[in-house]
Design a protein around this ligand. Structure first.
Ligand code: AMP
Length: 213
């Protein structure tokens, strides 16, 4: 099954995608991760991307689409992709239909993690991501895990765009641009809304139930 995870920044899309990868042998296609990898390459386009992300603005549909296409083209995974962070607007949602069709695949399942603004803020302000293994922890909720992190806690870094005012801008952009994507998929026969404010393990259990059907 190809799965789309939808929800605001801080909904837990990345965390849940990583758990699905681990438990069900899927491939996590995170456009945020792909864009951050471009930034690390220090190319001209990477600079442009960095400038947009640091302000909490979307990167252009064309750039993200190219990254998605070339990733799927080179994947050994078929029908086991989790789209994390894509689509983020209705144009991208329509494009994704075309792209998966081009590769003789389809979108089988949509999971929407619904989380209110105040919870998003708490999660994002404490978020730390490991530069080595990409795991995400929270400095308020995962004190012990941070101390015991196998790669070493010095590799756990905060994202530059996880600052309060940038986050609020990202949340507003989500409400304006990404929420309409929910309507786009509302009639999909496998559209699941989950309470993203639940504990990570509870959400994961619900997702496992959905994936095992
Ligand atoms: P994320 O890691 O999903 O929170 O994404 C981080 C940032 O990358 C976002 O705030 C956007 O600036 C950019 N980004 C990620 N995915 C997309 C997308 N599908 N379209 C446009 N910009 C994106």
């Amino acid at each position: 099954m190809n799965v789309i995870l939808l929800g605001p920044p801080g909904a837990g899309k990345g965390t849940q995608a990583q758990l699905i990868v681990k438990n069900h042998n899927y491939f996590q296609l995170s456009t945020g991760d792909l864009l951050r990898a471009e930034i690390k390459k220090k190319t001209k386009i990477g600079e442009e991307i960095e400038n947009l992300i640091s302000k909490g603005n979307f990167v252009s549909d064309e750039i993200v689409e190219d990254l998605i296409k070339s990733t799927i083209e080179n994947l050994k995974f078929r029908d086991r992709i989790i789209f994390d962070g894509y689509p983020r607007n209705v144009i991208q949602a329509k494009k994704l239909d075309e792209i998966v069709r081009h590769f003789s695949q389809k979108i089988d399942l949509i999971i929407f993690l619904n989380v209110p603004r105040d919870i998003v803020k708490k999660r994002i302000m404490g978020r730390m991501t490991c530069e080595k293994c990409n795991v995400t922890l929270n400095e308020y909720f995962n004190v012990e895990e941070i101390e015991l992190h196998p790669c070493g806690k010095e590799f756990l870094k905060k994202r530059k765009d996880d600052k309060e005012e940038i986050l609020m801008h990202r949340y507003d952009t989500y409400m304006k641009e990404t929420k309409p994507v929910l309507d786009f998929y509302a009639n999909h026969d496998k559209f699941n809304e989950l309470d993203g404010a639940m504990k990570m393990s509870e959400i994961s259990n619900k997702i496992n139930e959905i994936l095992n059907v």
